[in-house]
Design a protein around this ligand. Structure first.
Ligand code: B12
Ligand SMILES: *[C@@H]1O[C@H](CO)[C@@H](O)[C@H](O)[C@H]1NC(C)=O
Ligand SMILES: *[C@@H]1O[C@H](CO)[C@@H](O)[C@H](O)[C@H]1NC(C)=O
Ligand SMILES: *[C@@H]1O[C@H](CO)[C@@H](O)[C@H](O)[C@H]1NC(C)=O
Ligand SMILES: *[C@@H]1O[C@H](CO)[C@@H](O)[C@H](O)[C@H]1NC(C)=O
Ligand SMILES: *[C@@H]1O[C@H](CO)[C@@H](O)[C@H](O)[C@H]1NC(C)=O
Ligand SMILES: *[C@@H]1O[C@H](CO)[C@@H](O)[C@H](O)[C@H]1NC(C)=O
Ligand SMILES: *[C@@H]1O[C@H](CO)[C@@H](O)[C@H](O)[C@H]1NC(C)=O
Ligand SMILES: *[C@@H]1O[C@H](CO)[C@@H](O)[C@H](O)[C@H]1NC(C)=O
Length: 427
């Protein structure tokens, strides 16, 4: 794989990246493996219609060592086709996830990464993000979660990046770690992983000053993550897996066994309630539960000692109601500068998106909208013809009874009497 002359150096690098050498991890033990089976079945039994929908899943299957040749091949093939076709331009984060998944745990796809020059392509995308920030008031093309993924992949796969740019753009005060006033735990966690890799990258001869800065950023971001702790979760249930990874490599939080028990209890509880029914949600939480972080992708022990899970072809979770379908009545509004209201009747068990469709049927002018299919489901890109823009930090925020939703329009189930709203907002 690598020139033998490099071995001592890379060996040392890998050694220093083993998280348990640094901090404490919190792992699910054998007695509790059965609790993780719904996560695995969700990933194995999903229908991946294009490569970009399976990026996180391929990465997790390999990192955790879930051996399923046919699915691994299918996902890897689809990703390579998406990259080759060049039909749709991948974003920085998509390409980074592609490299992490294809390159995870030393496998034949490394040849493809080299042949298609994916690492240099990612270098260019990282540059383009920074150029966009310079031209658009500090706003990247995508977001800091993706910039962090890109930096992480460049760092792990020996790409080049400028340490000066890193110390300049990743300061914990940067507005891109926030959506509105809210610290984004997912974003902070991904940045901690990337910056920890940069910090440990012995191939870069960093000066003491840069090194000190980066370790301060890591500590400060880890504190911000811990400040968002709620009953053992960080941010919400969907950011907790990546927050755990970040805390594994940057803090002693899980040295306290009570902290570990509290997190695992909340996560098990959510698994049993079917909270992780989207494959990407399962893929994002599983590595941490198995004691892995994205930094382990290039670790020689990556994917070794796989766990034998009892898999089933049944789709887990989501109990279908046995009662006869009933109709419910909900309020729906679109708020821009003024608010347009309506009321619609939908079937019990409907999701937010069904309400939007029903409203659109009532009045196309007021309630028309567009969506884009993503790995998280349908993302609302425009309403009344007004389009979200990353350059302006605008988006369509989803709310129910005045509270922002923690799930998307395709997932959030509405209740009779709910007051639902899409609001033109700035993050
Ligand atoms: C950045 C981000 C945003 C940005 C997206 C725009 C931008 N500048 O990139 C903003 C702030 C606008 C945003 C909005 C929302 N987000 Co958001 N977002 C993220 C974040 C931090 C990173 C996404 C990303 O770039 N991934 C990497 C790339 C490679 O993957 P991708 O799939 O191509 O990414 C795109 C989509 O994910 C899409 N997107 C972003 N958020 C959401 C949410 C949903 C439900 C969907 C369908 C798509 C979507 O935008 C990304 C960039 O184009 C994730 C965290 C995470 N763990 O993934 C949360 C996350 C995906 N978002 C989430 C939520 C809930 C929302 C909102 C529904 C919040 C709300 N109440 O309005 C809205 C979406 C409403 C809508 N219009 O449909 C949740 C989803 C949980 C779930 N189970 O569904 C996450 C996991 C955060 C969390 N921990 O709660 N988000
Ligand atoms: C596994 O973890 C649970 C709590 O998470 C604990 O009660 C149990 O004793 C552990 N079992 C073993 C074999 O370590
Ligand atoms: C799988 O099922 C067998 C038999 O029911 C059980 O003994 C074993 O512990 C299970 N494995 C896991 C990982 O749960
Ligand atoms: C997978 O999705 C495609 C496209 O939506 C659909 O045509 C196909 O029937 C689905 N397959 C399964 C097994 O659900
Ligand atoms: C591998 O995944 C496929 C679906 O992609 C599934 O049909 C098959 O049963 C899985 N095999 C094993 C051994 O789990
Ligand atoms: C890393 O990249 C440098 C050039 O940037 C190259 O000289 C070196 O051989 C690469 N090392 C590995 C292990 O690929
Ligand atoms: C997840 O767990 C937390 C804490 O136990 C709980 O408050 C929340 O309602 C759960 N969410 C879901 C979707 O089950
Ligand atoms: C909302 O009102 C402000 C001030 O009147 C105006 O500048 C802005 O363009 C309006 N926004 C939309 C989306 O109509
Ligand atoms: C839709 O709403 C607009 C503005 O309130 C109104 O002028 C129009 O007549 C409505 N269309 C229908 C089909 O109700």
């Amino acid at each position: 794989m690598r020139p033998s002359g490099q071995l001592p150096l890379t060996g040392l690098l890998f050694f220093s990246l083993i998280p348990s050498q640094l901090c404490q991890i919190c792992v699910v033990n054998e007695t509790n493996f059965w609790r993780l089976e719904p996560l695995i079945n969700t990933m194995l039994n999903a229908n991946y219609t294009k490569g970009t929908l399976g990026l996180n899943v391929l990465l997790t299957l390999r990192l955790v060592g879930i051996k399923n040749q046919s699915l691994e091949q299918q996902l890897s093939q689809q990703i390579k086709e998406d990259i080759n076709s060049g039909e749709m331009e991948l974003t920085s984060g998509e390409l980074a996830l592609g490299i992490l998944g294809l390159g995870a745990c030393e496998n034949q796809d490394e040849e493809f990464i080299r042949g298609a020059r994916l690492v240099s392509k990612l270098e260019a995308k990282f540059q383009a993000e920074i150029q966009n920030m310079e031209a658009h008031d500090g706003n990247p093309l995508t977001n800091y979660y993706q910039l962090s993924l890109a930096l992480l992949a460049l760092c792990l796969f020996n790409g080049s990046y400028s340490v000066t740019s890193v110390t300049c753009y990743f300061t914990p005060e940067n507005k891109n770690y926030y959506f509105g006033d809210q610290f984004s735990v997912d974003t902070g966690a991904m940045a901690v992983l990337a910056l920890t890799c940069v910090q440990k990258n012995t191939q870069k001869n960093m000066d003491m000053n840069a090194e000190g800065k980066i370790s301060n950023y890591v500590a400060s971001l880890a504190n911000k993550i811990q400040a968002e702790r709620k009953q053992g979760l960080f941010g919400n249930i969907f950011s907790t897996g990546e927050a755990m990874q970040a805390l594994f490599v940057s803090s002693d939080y899980y040295k306290n066994e009570a902290n570990c028990r509290e997190t695992l209890r909340a996560v098990f509880d959510n698994i049993s309630r079917g909270a992780f029914y989207l494959p990407i949600t399962a893929a994002q939480i599983l590595p941490a539960l198995m004691g892995k972080t994205y930094l382990d992708v290039t670790n020689p022990s990556c994917g070794l000692n796989p766990v034998k899970f009892n898999t089933s072809t049944e789709k887990p979770g989501t109990v279908t109601p046995t009662t006869a379908p009933l109709n419910i009545l909900v309020k729906y509004s679109v708020r821009i500068n003024k608010t347009s209201h309506t009321e619609v009747t939908v079937r019990k068990g409907s999701v937010f998106l069904d309400v939007m469709k029903a409203a659109q049927e009532k009045n196309e002018t007021l309630f028309r909208f567009t969506v884009e299919e993503t790995s998280w489901g349908p993302y609302i890109t425009s309403v009344q013809g007004i389009k979200a823009s990353n350059n302006d930090r605008t988006y369509w925020k989803l709310l129910s009874n005045g509270q922002p939703l923690s799930q998307g329009a395709g997932s959030h189930v509405v209740q009779n009497g709910d007051n639902l709203e899409v609001r033109w907002s700035k993050y």
